[in-house]
Design a protein around this ligand. Structure first.
Ligand code: 9UX
Length: 72
């Protein structure tokens, strides 16, 4: 069973950033899908909570040089 969660992301300044963040997320074990919007600085990730935590998702984004925080 998957959950979806929205996050706010900082540090994205061009469309390539969007592609890298989405690519990083989609490659994480436990992440089923991810979309990120440059205009709103918001993203949504669908993940298996049995396989990956929000903290691990945030860490992966920050390791790539961006900032991330889940909305709730
Ligand atoms: Mo665009 Mo993002 O040149 O880190 S890829 S700024």
């Amino acid at each position: 069973k998957t959950l979806s969660a929205q996050f706010r992301i900082g540090g994205m300044t061009c469309a390539n950033c969007v592609n890298s963040v989405e690519g990083i997320l989609k490659k994480l074990p436990g992440v089923k899908g991810a979309v990120v919007a440059l205009a709103t600085s918001l993203g949504e990730v669908e993940y298996f909570p049995s396989a990956i935590s929000k903290d691990e998702i945030v860490q992966a984004i920050e390791d790539a040089g961006f900032e991330a925080a889940f909305l709730q």
